[in-house]
Ligand binder design. Structure first.
Ligand SMILES: [Mg+2]
Length: 159
C-alpha cells in the first residue's frame, strides 16, 4: 500500500516571498496567509480515499498553528492524525518512523522541494519525489530520482 507524505513550504505552499524565513519565524499569521500552488486540490481529493500525510518543519508554536490553519483551508480532507509538524533541521524520516511506528519502505513516498530531506528519506528506505518550482529547479542535478513540476501530476499516483 502506497503512502504519500507531503512537505508544505515551497512544495504546496508558496514560500517564495521576501524575507520569508525571517517572517515565518516571527510574524504572527505569516504562514497562514501564504498562497497555495496550482493543483493543491488534487492532493485534497486523493486524501479522501488514500493514505496522504503532511510532514512539515516549522520554527515555533505560532508557526505550527498558522500551518494548521493553512491546512484546514487548503487540505481539509487530511485528518489531524496524518499531520506532523516538526522543528527545522529535524530528520523527517526519523520523526515519521517514530510517530507511526512504521517501517519506511519504497512504498512510502516523500514529496519535498528540499533535496536534503529527500536524501534522508531515501537513506531510511523510502522513495523520494522532488518538487520542482521556479526556486527549487534542481539545476545542479544533485537529485536523480523522481521529480514533478506540477502538482496535478500526482493525480494518478495511487492508481
Ligand atoms: Mg519545503
Amino acid at each position: 500500500m502506497k503512502r504519500l507524505f507531503i512537505d508544505l513550504d515551497g512544495t504546496i505552499a508558496k514560500f517564495n516571498v521576501r524575507n520569508a524565513l525571517e517572517r515565518f519565524d516571527k510574524e504572527k499569521g505569516f504562514f497562514a496567509k501564504l498562497g497555495a500552488y496550482v493543483g493543491v486540490e488534487v492532493i485534497n481529493e486523493l486524501a479522501l480515499t488514500n493514505q496522504v500525510f503532511v510532514i512539515s518543519a516549522s520554527p515555533n508554536d505560532q508557526a505550527d498553528s498558522d500551518k494548521l490553519l493553512w491546512l484546514s483551508r487548503y487540505l481539509p480532507n487530511i485528518s489531524q492524525e496524518n499531520i506532523t509538524l516538526c522543528r527545522l533541521g529535524e530528520n523527517k524520516a526519523k520523526i515519521i518512523k517514530d510517530k507511526y511506528n512504521i517501517n519506511i519502505d519504497s512504498n512510502c513516498y516523500l514529496l519535498d522541494d528540499y533535496s536534503k530531506n529527500l536524501f534522508e528519506w531515501v537513506a531510511c528506505g523510502g522513495s523520494g519525489i522532488k518538487r520542482l518550482t521556479t526556486v527549487a529547479d534542481n539545476s545542479t542535478g544533485k537529485w536523480q530520482g523522481l521529480q514533478i513540476k506540477k502538482l496535478n501530476e500526482l493525480a494518478s499516483f495511487f492508481a
